[in-house]
Each structure stands twice: as structure tokens, then as C-alpha cells.
Write a protein that binds this ligand. Structure first.
Ligand code: CTP
Length: 395
């Protein structure tokens, strides 16, 4: 999986940098091309000569070559890479990455990188659990960067705790799974729905809900990163998509969402219905703004079509993943929804789980299939999306 892959390795000033030549050696044995970039302080812990020897490429650190003044083109370096892995990632570099600082070659390359980025923090336990570090890590994850979780054990300070850089062997395994997953949905076309729907009352008012669209957008991105072509049907949200393999169809109401879904459903291999569709809409939309002339106002609502159930009835070869947002008797309701709507799996959110649901950057979900229920921990929505895609691949 790693043979022929171009790996950019960023190394920061942390004692764990002494493991970098070993990491490079493992990657080279797997057949990868490895280009090392050092921050200025990384030189204190590992020499460019060692890294250049094992990687068989000059080790870069400065914006320009000191002898002839030529430029180390960070944009070209970023474009060259299939992945960028920053290991060890110091607290200082994490903070700069999270805030867009750009005062060394590693950071300029990071800002230019469009490839998947992995980072392996290494620092003392108190630095790691400091709120600023944890916030920076969360911010980087929200950018779609992947955390290579540090281990717990003896640290250079003599203390014991969390902060040891992930072992090079484990990082190699992580990269192998990444490249495996990156091709796992090649040639597949998936439909994803996201966001709320707005049901118009009059030209200036609507019935809506608090869905941000973040979960659906993250799933669309994760599917595209696994090689799939994605059609994303989204209700009103300000979120943007950047992956070239995602086509976005923006809609407003449930009826428009149904129409957009039906137009692509016959051609897709599967659908993830993360949208929070309004169950009811006003029977009629007033053509003029409703004036507050009477003491009471009654709006007659009619039921919207259940898009998921309709797709479930029409499915031939497609896999269907639905969502369920519940407040009580959660698992039982989710199981019933899966059967009633003919879905292969339901992603269950409970509003009783802290950090789950609407308007948050995190989610705690349960994966419900005919084989039972698997509960996942509280994670950033991007990480939940990756887990859902792993499940989709195994479906
Ligand atoms: N859904 C849909 N069309 C609707 C309502 C819901 O496609 N008109 C989909 C959602 O996108 C989600 C799943 O159905 O994937 C479950 O949505 P949820 O709101 O949890 O359940 P409902 O079916 O609306 O049932 P209830 O509100 O009674 O719990």
C-alpha cells in the first residue's frame, strides 16, 4: 500500500525526533519516497545528515539554500506529497498550525498542502493536557487533519503520562490503512443529504430546525477521500465543499430535497441521509407577508414525504444509511426506524448524550444494523464521518 507513495515528513523540536531516522527507514523499506523537513529547533535533536542518509534525499529546513540562495519551493513540496505527516509535532508547531502561522518551511508547506495531513504530538504530559494544546488539536481535526494519538508511558522529563509520540511501527500501519481506505470506494457513486430543510410560511418566514449540516458535509468529504464520487444534496447552510469529486445540489424544502434525491438515486451505489428533514410543511404558503392583524394565528401543516422511506421502497442494489435523532427509548426507536424505512444501518444520535446532535463540532453516535448496536466515543464530526465510511466499506 505504501510502495511508490510520496511521503513528506515534518519533524519538530521534540526529543521524539530521535526516532525519525528509524521511521524514515521503515517507510523506505516499504518502498515509499520520503522527503524530510525540519523546523529550526529539530536540529537540536536529530541531524539533517542522518535523515538525508536514510531518506536518500536532501533534508530541508530553510526557505532558501544558504550556498546559492535558491528557494526551497514549499508549494511544490506540498503538491509533490501524497501525504504530509508531522511527527513529532511539538506543542509550538501545533499552535502555529492551528492559527495559520507561517514562520518556517514546515509551516509554509503545511499551509500549502492539499493532501491528507497527519500529526503525531509528542510532549510532556502537562503540556499535552493543557487546554490550549487540546483546543489546537481539536481545531486541526476540524480542518480534516488526522491525529495520531500519543501513547502513555515514561516521558523524557522523568514523569509518566500521556504524551509519547506514537511508535514509528504504528504510524506505518496507520499510513497503510489510510492508503487502503483511500482507494476502497474507487468507482463508487454515493448520495449524501445534509442540513435542515426550510418550509416556507410566507415570503419572509419559514419553519426550520437547528441542523448545521456539519455531519453530512463531513461524511461527503470522507467518502470522497475514500475514492467515491459524491452527490451532496444540502438544505440551507453556509458550509462549503472543496473536494473536486463532490457535486453539491443546494435545495431549500423537503419537496425539493426529495426531487433532487430521486433524480440521482437510480445511479448511485448508496445513500447516507444525514439531513434533518422537516416532518411537516405549511399546507399553503402565503404569497404576501402575513400581517399581525388578529390575536391568534393558526398555520395548518401537512406531512412531508419521508425521503428515506421512499428511497428504501425503491432500492434495488443501493445501500441505505439513515440517521435517527431520539430523546427517549433511543435504541428501540432506531431499530424500528431501520426496519420501517428499509435501511441497512441507522446512525443513532441521542440528545441525552452530551456533545451530540445539532450545532456542535462533536458527535457521539451508535451504529445500528441487523447485527446489533455498536457505540462509539465522543469524537469530532470529521472522525465520526471516517468511522461511518469504514463501516460503509465493509457493507
Ligand atoms: N427523514 C427523511 N424524510 C423525512 C423525515 C426524516 O428522509 N421527512 C430521514 C432523515 O434524514 C433521517 C431519518 O429519516 O435519516 C430519521 O429522521 P428522524 O427525524 O430521526 O425521524 P423521523 O422519521 O422524522 O421520525 P420522528 O421525527 O417521528 O422520530
Amino acid at each position: 500500500m505504501i510502495r511508490g507513495k510520496r511521503i513528506l515528513l515534518g519533524i519538530c523540536g521534540s526529543i521524539a525526533a530521535y526516532k525519525a531516522p528509524h521511521f524514515v527507514r521503515l517507510l523506505k523499506k516499504e518502498g515509499a519516497e520520503v522527503q524530510c523537513i525540519l523546523t529550526p529547533d529539530a536540529h537540536l535533536f536529530v541531524t539533517p545528515t542522518s535523515l538525508a542518509t536514510v531518506s536518500q534525499l536532501p533534508c530541508l529546513s530553510e526557505f532558501t539554500h544558504s550556498e546559492d540562495g535558491t528557494w526551497n519551493n514549499h508549494v511544490a513540496l506540498a503538491e509533490w506529497a501524497d501525504v504530509f505527516i508531522i511527527a513529532p509535532a511539538s506543542a509550538n508547531t501545533l499552535a502555529k498550525m492551528a492559527t495559520g502561522r507561517c514562520d518556517n518551511l514546515l509551516l509554509a508547506t503545511y499551509l500549502s498542502a492539499k493532501c491528507p495531513v497527519f500529526f503525531a504530538p509528542a510532549m510532556d504530559l502537562d503540556m499535552y493536557r493543557h487546554p490550549t494544546t487540546l483546543t489546537n488539536i481539536q481545531t486541526l481535526q476540524s480542518f480534516g487533519n488526522t491525529l495520531l494519538e500519543p501513547g502513555t508511558g515514561f516521558l523524557a522529563s522523568g514523569l509518566e503520562g500521556k504524551g509519547r509520540m506514537m511508535e514509528p511501527e504504528e504510524m506505518v500501519e496507520g499510513l497503510k490503512s489510510h492508503f487502503e481506505l483511500a482507494q476502497s470506494l474507487n468507482g463508487k457513486h454515493w448520495l449524501v443529504t445534509a442540513g435542515p430543510t426550510y418550509e416556507n410560511i410566507d415570503p419572509v418566514r419559514f419553519i426550520g430546525n437547528y441542523s448545521s449540516g456539519k455531519m453530512g458535509f463531513a461524511i461527503a468529504e470522507a467518502l470522497a477521500h475514500s475514492g467515491a464520487t459524491v452527490t451532496l444534496v444540502s438544505g440551507p447552510t453556509s458550509l462549503q465543499i472543496h473536494h473536486p469529486n463532490i457535486q453539491i445540489l443546494r435545495v431549500t424544502s423537503a419537496l425539493q430535497m426529495l426531487e433532487a434525491c430521486l433524480s440521482v438515486f437510480p445511479h448511485v451505489h448508496g445513500v447516507v441521509k444525514a439531513a434533518a428533514v422537516a416532518d411537516y410543511r405549511p399546507e399553503t404558503m402565503a404569497t404576501e407577508k402575513i400581517k399581525k392583524s388578529s390575536e391568534e394565528l393558526t398555520i395548518q401543516l401537512v406531512k412531508n414525504p419521508d425521503i428515506l422511506a421512499i428511497l428504501g421502497q425503491q432500492k434495488t442494489h443501493q445501500k441505505i444509511i439513515g440517521f435517527a435523532l431520539e430523546t427517549n427509548n433511543e435504541l428501540e426507536h432506531a431499530k424500528q426506524k431501520r426496519l420501517k424505512k428499509n435501511a441497512d444501518a441507522i446512525v443513532l444520535n441521542s440528545l441525552n448524550d452530551e456533545g451530540a446532535g445539532f450545532q456542535t463540532d462533536t458527535n457521539r453516535v451508535h451504529w445500528v444494523t441487523e447485527n446489533g448496536c455498536e457505540s462509539w466515543p465522543l469524537l469530532p464530526k470529521e472522525e465520526v464521518a471516517k468511522l461511518i465510511v469504514q463501516k460503509i466499506v465493509s457493507l
